[in-house]
Design a protein around this ligand. Structure first.
Ligand code: TMP
Ligand code: ASP
Length: 239
């Protein structure tokens, strides 16, 4: 398998073609952005940690029957994945109030929700990834109602598995965002990454934030938080 031309560069990752038409290489960068790239920076070791954390989580989800794009980790910064067409909808799940929902609703952060809250955002940088609803998604042609049903079910299953996994790490899964893609044969699979960049993770005892909010909010010890998540994950998975 050889690495070819870069197909795409995002804020935190690059995607390269390979000699296999249905496989691409994802490279994780240390670059960090927040608030639709108005805040920019870099976090030491972030690329390596997010590659390693995403690898362990996607392998674990695969074992639990969740279809993903993941094939294998190549090295510290790169992984081989199935080529997918990313569905331009960010699937956000919230178990506790935080972030944009806390702001929008005028509530404090950290309130446990009696129900699982699902948001969808339209992936469009120029618009700042706006919050939309199912009807807008269908109007935009991003997904059909049937596909949305399948996407919510998959997202919910992933949430259940991850709540349990992070609980074993003494961590509250406050909220997270995933992206789904369609493979060449039209199957909907989990793609992108699951890492401290895309989740809010709070230590159960101290409520210390162990995620990208440390960068977004200038809380310090950003690298340490990513390393801490990786170490706890390795421990519970015996890796
Ligand atoms: P929010 O509260 O800012 O809407 O974020 C909800 C969750 O989604 C949180 O875990 C962070 C994650 N997220 C991303 O992964 N990418 C993004 O661009 C945004 C805005 C949030
Ligand atoms: N990564 C996103 C951006 O740069 C937002 C975030 O994660 O807060 O806009």
């Amino acid at each position: 398998m050889t690495k070819g031309a870069m197909l795409y560069e995002g804020k935190a990752k690059q995607v390269f073609e390979t000699d296999q038409p249905n496989e691409v290489i994802v490279r994780f960068k240390d670059d960090a952005t927040a608030f639709n790239a108005q805040k920019r920076g870099s976090v030491d070791l972030k690329g390596e940690m997010n590659n390693a954390i995403t690898t362990l989580i996607f392998e674990y989800l695969n074992e639990k029957g969740i279809p993903t794009h993941f094939i294998k980790k190549i090295d510290e910064r790169e992984q081989l994945v199935k080529k997918v067409n990313i569905i331009p909808l960010e699937m956000v799940v919230r178990n506790y109030s935080a972030g944009s929902m806390a702001q929008r609703l005028g509530v404090e952060e950290g309130i446990k929700s009696p129900v699982t809250i699902f948001d969808i955002c339209y992936k469009k940088d120029e618009l700042g990834d706006p919050l939309i609803n199912d009807h807008h998604a269908v109007f935009l042609g991003a997904a059909t109602y049937e596909e949305l049903d399948e996407m919510y079910e998959l997202t919910s299953d992933i949430n259940e598995i991850l709540i349990d996994l992070f609980d074993k790490m003494n961590i509250i899964l406050v909220d997270f965002k995933i992206e789904l893609g369609k493979t060449a044969d039209g199957k909907i699979v989990l793609a992108d990454e699951i890492s401290p960049d895309t989740c809010r993770l709070w230590d159960k005892d101290t409520m210390k934030k162990l995620d990208k909010d440390r960068f977004r909010r200038d809380l310090g010890e950003v690298t340490e938080a990513y390393v801490e998540i990786y170490e706890r994950l390795k421990k519970v998975l015996n890796k």
